[in-house]
Design a protein around this ligand. Structure first.
Ligand SMILES: Cc1cc2nc3c(=O)[nH]c(=O)nc-3n(C[C@H](O)[C@H](O)[C@H](O)COP(=O)(O)OP(=O)(O)OC[C@H]3O[C@@H](n4cnc5c(N)ncnc54)[C@H](O)[C@@H]3O)c2cc1C
Length: 530
């Protein structure tokens, strides 16, 4: 059966789309607005500006892949759709980072959980960083607009067995919990969102705002890596940007370069990508790359008596914020509990240990429940996040030291997850740590968790939520951009993506980025049309 592929049909109908890999000459282009990166921030911005009649050009390092390319195969999806083939790591290799690298950015591969920015986070930004315009009532219309555009709504289908474990555990222990809203229309409940949505149900940027922009005569240049921004002679504005075109493998260079002149530049290459471009352009300023946050995630696996098939069904449909609210916002780190999709390849590389125990656990995959705790970083005084810096070849690297305040949260959240899993009927539980082993009772697991040494590379820590590094501030000396993403020094540069947040969000970030982007893009539209 062949499914409709509206993006491929749009390209065939004559959308202004260029593939960097196909170019045999250097490119010199001009536009009103150059948007670098096509993820949550770039996609939203592109549609608003193109609909206003501005000549928009989107440039994306990853390739344009569409639903017919999404084959539900991990071995194909990770190299094609993710930064560093889904193996991006922090400088000491202690945290594995998932980020998208394709048209649509991380939204093409994300797991569709949609939360508004928690009011306590927005209020904190107002109090601590002077970002008064982002208060909850002021942001509400932008959340409404993003939700309407992307079909964000309650998910009416029952949670899959993997998510039901979290729900049952919370019910048994009396913990607050709820169901997660999702950005889908007509979802088939397959569970392969992380490999690109084969049915175009996920309302990612790839199938919503990017087509919306292309239909309004925007252009898209894919497999094109922006190396640097080009400052004007006055030192107060930009001429545009330049970079290199990539070959068909998506990684090596095709030998051709591009330069783009623009009236306005929007940096939307994501946290890590946007600070890296500023640093390569030597337009950093002292704050760029600092305070990069991850929502560091730790994991607990449970062998359940019944079949769970954690690879089937919508991921992340149940959550608990109970432990977000048991401490002050700037106290010991709060954590959000969710249940990710579990596919064999990602599970294999995330599991600790090796040999017979690991083999036997992999064989029990159909019976595995996997729970995650997402730690809210950036609020406690000792939670300063990480710093993006450049390697010798100009590629970015995130140094994110793991410290005591974080380890304390890791241990508390492992304890919670293990208790929940046993309360939901688990036979055995294994927290993901090199020295942990499967335990058959809550008591034994608890004792083991209390003994485990907390050190980088022993505890498995992962992240799919990179935020910060180009922080908003109310004063130029305290950040890089203002609360509309406008650069404090360069008058025709905006940064509109997840890098602008001054702390982590404390909830899965896509909807926060969409709402921020809509607000910033409407302000920019009005300024450029004036
Ligand atoms: C596997 C996974 C699951 C997730 N699940 C959820 C979820 O369920 N709910 C949720 O809220 N969030 C989720 N997220 C996170 C969410 O998708 C991201 O926070 C969000 O997409 C970030 O938006 P952004 O615009 O900052 O960057 P991105 O969406 O990452 O887009 C940045 C784009 O810029 C491109 N780029 C980078 N450098 C350059 C360059 N030099 N030149 C040209 N282009 C460049 C990148 O290739 C990328 O396409 C998930 C992320 C992942 C990876």
């Amino acid at each position: 059966m062949s499914l409709p592929d509206p993006v491929a049909e749009g390209v065939a109908s004559g959308w202004r789309v260029l593939d960097g890999a196909a170019q045999t000459q250097d490119l010199q282009l001009t536009c009103d607005v150059l948007i670098i990166g096509t993820g949550a921030g770039g996609g939203m911005t592109a549609e608003v500006l193109a609909q206003a009649g501005l000549d928009v050009l989107m440039v994306e390092e990853g390739a344009l892949r569409t639903s017919r390319d999404f084959r539900l195969l991990e071995a194909k999806a990770y190299p094609e759709l993710y930064q560093e083939s889904a193996s991006r790591k922090t400088a000491d290799k202690a945290i594995n980072i998932l980020q998208g690298r394709t048209v649509g950015g991380s939204t093409t591969v994300n797991w569709t959980s949609a939360f508004r920015t928690p009011p306590d986070t927005l209020n904190w930004w107002g109090e601590r960083y002077g970002l008064k315009g982002l208060n909850p009532p002021a942001m509400a219309p932008w959340f409404d607009m993003a939700e309407a555009r992307l079909g964000i709504a309650d998910w009416q289908t029952d949670p899959n067995p993997n998510n039901s474990v979290l729900e049952r555990g919370c019910q048994a222990l009396g913990l607050k919990h709820g169901r997660i809203r999702r950005n889908v229309r007509g979802c088939w409940n397959l569970g392969y969102c992380g490999m690109g949505c084969a049915t175009n149900a996920k309302q990612s940027m790839l199938v919503t705002t990017i087509p919306g922009a292309l239909q309004h005569k925007a252009g898209l240049l894919s497999r094109a890596r922006v190396e640097r921004l080009l400052p004007a002679a006055d030192g107060k504005s930009l001429l545009g940007a330049e970079g290199r075109l990539l070959a068909a493998d998506g990684h090596s260079l095709n030998g051709r370069q591009f330069s783009i002149k623009a009236r306005h530049v929007v940096l939307a290459a994501g946290a890590i990508g946007s600070p890296a471009i500023l640093l390569r352009s030597e337009l950093g300023g002292g704050q760029v790359g600092k305070r990069t946050f991850l929502h560091p995630v730790v994991i607990s696996g449970a062998v359940m008596p019944q079949r769970i098939e954690p690879y089937n069904g919508a991921p992340q449909t149940v959550y608990s914020d109970h432990f977000m609210h048991t401490q002050p916002l700037d106290g010991p780190l709060g954590y959000k509990l969710e249940v990710p999709p579990v596919h064999p390849l990602l599970m294999g590389v995330t599991l600790s240990g090796f040999g017979q125990e690991t083999t036997s656990l992999m064989q029990q995959l159909p019976h595995l429940n996997v729970m995650l705790a997402l730690l809210r970083d950036g609020f406690h005084p000792d939670s300063q996040g990480g710093q993006v810096r450049l390697r010798k070849d100009g590629s970015p690297e995130l140094d994110y030291p793991l410290n005591d305040v974080l380890w304390d949260g890791v241990r508390r959240s492992w304890l919670t997850m293990a208790e929940l899993q046993f309360a939901a009927g688990a036979r055995q539980v294994l927290v993901l740590h090199e020295q942990a082993s499967l335990q058959s009772s809550w008591q034994a697991t608890r004792e083991q968790i209390m003994q485990l040494p907390l050190k980088p590379l022993l505890a498995r820590v992962v992240s799919a939520h990179v935020m910060g590094g180009v922080a908003m501030s109310s004063q130029p000396e305290q950040g890089v951009v203002d609360e509309y993403g406008r650069h404090w020094q360069l008058r025709n540069l905006s940064v509109i993506d997840g890098s602008v947040f001054p702390t982590s969000i404390g909830a899965n970030p896509q909807l926060s980025i969409y709402a921020f982007a809509l607000r910033a893009a409407h302000q920019l539209r009005d300024a450029l049309k004036a």
